[in-house]
Ligand binder design. Structure first.
Ligand code: AMP
Ligand code: GLY
Length: 425
């Protein structure tokens, strides 16, 4: 079979490596892919992930049997709709269903209408009305741009002054472009955060192993927000009791709500949850695999990934038993010094060839230059290890990070620490 994966980061690399475990897979094309992915797939750097028409033409010309659209932008732009129109089976929601991530206003209104637990909120189109509301609000409070904003559209002002600055930045200065035409202002919730990715064909759902992201740049959860500096799976805060509550009050009602709204969700639905003192609540939905959650979740998948994705596409997920390995996985991101601010590119990357079998290096931001792998992004590599316990996985992941070199290599040294203390506590 010939497969196509849209995207070019660590998540896509993890998806591609997993898909290739199926012996029926002959070739995987990555559009655009990256330098490291080129070792596992045929990369097409000329075609960007948002170039829908070119992606469809490529898929037709190369007689692709199955496509996976991984990033949020192409999903929101209707890449899956166009591939389906061209008769190409694929994994991912259509544009209407992708609104669950692409519009926070859509997601919040959906949750309110169908009684799905989430933070209380108000929607504003007019900055004046937003400021008026904030004058009577208590702090901290959460201000979110409606649309996609590279994971940066959420601000948590601690006082009125910061809140006014947040509204000005999003709605007037348009820091996130048209994504800030509307904002959601919501109640600040507290509690541990859990990411649950789930395969769903719109009706049946197979939640994946839970995970925990580490979004802040610095050790001890300090510094600016990033795309994610590391992940562990499973997340110890996600107990079987919490999982059952989530299934009954959040997962199944969300799928039913999407069906009732005429936009059944097919693909990977990502539930960003907070386990509050009042029970689990939805912080956000993503219409796709998380990055770097995928880099710890997929290595624990026992069932063949392509088979699961085809069941999602065919609406037969209820007939498949999706199985997981026991044990744990940890991913430590190696970033370029300066990320998420400005950083240098083009640093030569050295990865030893004799890393242990339970270690995988997923390439996120690199490219090939004159045959050599060089850095080309903020998050460069994700080093994942699996193990019988989280301690073992973390030990092996960190040991491997020491053997991978590039100038300016930056990493957090406390990935998994919170999870380990939650297990003790
Ligand atoms: P998001 O981009 O929606 O995942 O938000 C980024 C981060 O902001 C989340 O991972 C949370 O840590 C935080 N956050 C978002 N919404 C809330 C909320 N209502 N209360 C507290 N923290 C929040
Ligand atoms: N790691 C968070 C996300 O993928 O949105």
């Amino acid at each position: 079979m010939k497969l196509l994966v849209v995207g070019g980061g660590g998540r896509e690399h993890a998806i591609i490596k997993k898909l290739k475990e199926n012996p029926q897979v002959e070739t995987v094309y990555a559009l655009p892919g990256n330098g490291g992915i080129a070792a596992d797939a045929v990369c097409v750097p000329e075609i960007g992930a948002k170039e829908t028409a070119k992606i469809v033409d490529f898929a037709k010309a190369h007689e692709i049997n199955f496509a996976v659209v991984a990033p949020d932008d192409p999903l929101a732009l209707g890449c899956v709709d166009r591939l389906h129109e061209a008769g190409i089976p694929c994994f991912g929601p259509d544009a209407k269903a992708a609104r669950i991530e692409a519009s926070k206003v859509f997601a919040k209104n959906l949750m309110k209408k169908y009684g799905i637990p989430t933070a209380r909120y108000e929607v504003f189109r007019d900055p004046g009305a937003a400021l008026e509301y904030l004058r009577g609000a208590s702090f901290p409070i959460v201000v979110k741009a409606d649309g996609l904003a590279l994971g940066k559209g959420v601000l948590i002002p601690q006082n009125l002054e910061e809140a006014e600055a947040a509204v000005k930045s999003i709605m007037e200065d348009k820091t996130f472009g048209d994504s800030g035409n509307e904002i959601v202002i919501e109640e600040f919730l507290t509690g541990p955060e859990v990411s649950v990715l789930a395969f769903t064909d719109g009706t049946a759902i197979a939640p994946m192993v839970s995970s925990m992201d580490h979004k802040r740049a610095g050790d001890g959860d300090t510094g600016p927000n990033t795309g994610g500096m590391g992940t562990v799976a499973p997340n110890p805060c996600y107990t079987p009791e919490i999982a059952q509550i989530c299934m009954e009050k959040i997962f199944l009602p969300t799928l039913a709500a999407m069906r009732a709204e005429g936009c059944p969700f097919k693909g990977c639905l990502y539930f960003g949850l907070m386990i509050t003192p009042d029970g689990p609540k939805v912080i956000e939905y993503n219409c796709r695999f998380g990055d770097p959650e995928t880099q710890v979740v997929l290595p624990l998948l026992k069932t063949d990934l392509l088979t699961v994705m085809q069941a999602v596409e065919n609406g037969t997920l209820d007939r498949l038993n999706v199985e997981w390995h026991s044990g744990a996985a940890a991913c430590v991101i190696l970033a370029s010094a300066g990320y998420p601010g400005s950083y240098e590119k083009g640093k030569v990357i050295a990865i030893p060839e004799d890393l242990p079998e339970n270690v995988a290096v997923y390439h996120a931001g690199d490219k090939l230059a004159e045959g050599r792998l060089v850095t080309n992004g903020g998050r460069v590599l994700g080093v994942t290890a699996t193990g019988e316990t989280l301690e073992a996985a973390l030990k092996d992941a960190y040991a491997a990070t020491e053997r991978v070199e590039f100038e300016g290599k930056y990493l957090r040294h406390d990935i998994g620490k919170r999870a380990l203390s939650a297990m003790e506590g």
